[in-house]
Write a protein that binds this ligand. Structure first.
Ligand SMILES: Nc1ncnc2c1ncn2[C@@H]1O[C@H](COP(=O)(O)OP(=O)(O)OP(=O)(O)O)[C@@H](O)[C@H]1O
Ligand SMILES: [Mg+2]
Length: 340
């Protein structure tokens, strides 16, 4: 068992969560023993290259994986309930109310034949026993205003195609926050938007979290987004969490060579004169995972000890907040951070 970094009063704790898909070749695990916690009101970034298991981890918390082929092993504790095994009927009461999710492409989640206002109101009504249509309308207009949509009464009656991409993403956020969820999962929420709009949406999400106390899990490739928005950062590699640290520590003094590699391949955070370098090699596929450290074949610091299984273990130095890394050399290596 690997110990998660438990935040005091944790809202969500994943404990040894392994997600596997049934395929013609049998059950294939795509994540392995993922453990982490999110505290109330905390904003956590989940980063890693494509295929590392970020989306499936987010979907497992919402239990939105295709359950006919997916299996969730381990425990997903949310306020004392295990979401991995909660009956679907009870899960429906949690989904959208206590935990909400927004995705990269808002059009796929909005229905083109209903006005945006109706859809936001519906998201609220779905979780009320005796909600009236007039109160739902009022709340939807308030939510539209909260996400920075001008003239919300007028926008209420518009259809998704009448809005810009940025506005549609704001509508998605309004739908996600209308029930005042305790946790919002955002999976690449700005990738489809242009750069200025991206920054506005990220500012909006951070402000909402600060104002309402909603905890957020940001799934992203973009370490710049994490630097500006989050308090903690989880790095995933090949289905495993390899580093879990307060965001400043993770960015300035990474303890896992993979986190350091990601930082060096990022233009905005890399040192001004440092040369950009992408990490050589690629993420191994779920059916071809190497034994021992999964990163060792790409790691410039690999040594014989790396062929042994590594665990996520505490690596905080004196005076540092709790942090963990899955690297046998974590205490000894001087790794480059964003500014070093
Ligand atoms: N329905 C599925 N059936 C089988 N394998 C799947 C399924 N969904 C995802 N996977 C596999 O799970 C692994 C993790 O995928 P995931 O989408 O979580 O990666 P990601 O980190 O979100 O990547 P990206 O940054 O590209 O979004 C990948 O190897 C992917 O092929
Ligand atoms: Mg993804």
């Amino acid at each position: 068992m690997t110990a998660p970094t438990t935040s005091p009063g944790a809202l969500l704790t994943l404990q040894d969560v392994t997600i596997a898909f049934r395929t013609s070749r049998g059950e294939v695990p795509v994540t392995r023993k993922v453990s982490f916690s999110i505290g109330r009101g905390e904003r956590v970034g989940l980063v890693g290259e494509s295929g590392c298991g970020k989306t499936v981890t987010g979907l497992s918390i919402m239990r939105l994986l295709p359950m006919e082929v997916a299996r969730i092993h381990g425990r997903i504790d949310f306020e004392g309930q295990d979401l991995a095994t909660l009956p679907e009927r009870q899960m429906r009461a949690v989904r959208g109310k206590d935990i909400a999710m927004i995705f990269q492409e808002p059009m796929s989640a909005l229905d083109p034949v209903f006005t945006v206002g109706t859809q936001i109101a519906e998201a609220w009504l779905a979780h009320q026993k005796n909600g009236s249509a007039s109160e739902a309308r009022e709340r939807a207009i308030k939510a539209l205003a909260q996400v920075g949509i001008p003239l919300p009464e007028r926008r209420f009656d518009e259809y998704p195609h009448q809005l810009s991409g940025g506005m549609r993403q704001r509508v998605m956020i309004a739908m996600a926050i209308i029930c005042e969820p305790k946790l919002l999962i955002a999976d690449e929420p700005t990738t489809a938007l242009d750069v200025t709009v991206q920054a506005q949406i990220m500012d909006l999400l951070r402000d909402l979290s600060e104002r309402t106390g909603t905890a957020m899990l940001f799934i992203t490739h973009d370490l710049g987004v994490v630097a500006e928005t989050c308090t903690r950062m989880l790095t995933m590699y090949a289905g495993e969490v390899v580093e879990d640290a307060p965001v400043d520590n993770a960015l300035m003094r990474p303890r896992h060579p993979y986190t350091s590699g990601l930082l060096r391949s990022l233009p905005r955070l890399a040192e001004r004169h440092a040369r950009l370098s992408s990490i050589p090699g690629r993420v191994p596929s779920p059916t071809g995972m190497p034994a021992g450290c999964r990163y060792r074949e790409r790691c410039e610091f690999a040594e014989a000890a790396c062929t042994a299984e590594q665990i996520l273990r505490p690596v905080a130095m004196a005076g540092e907040l709790p942090r963990q890394a899955r690297c046998v050399r974590a205490d000894e290596l001087e790794l480059r951070g964003a500014v070093s």
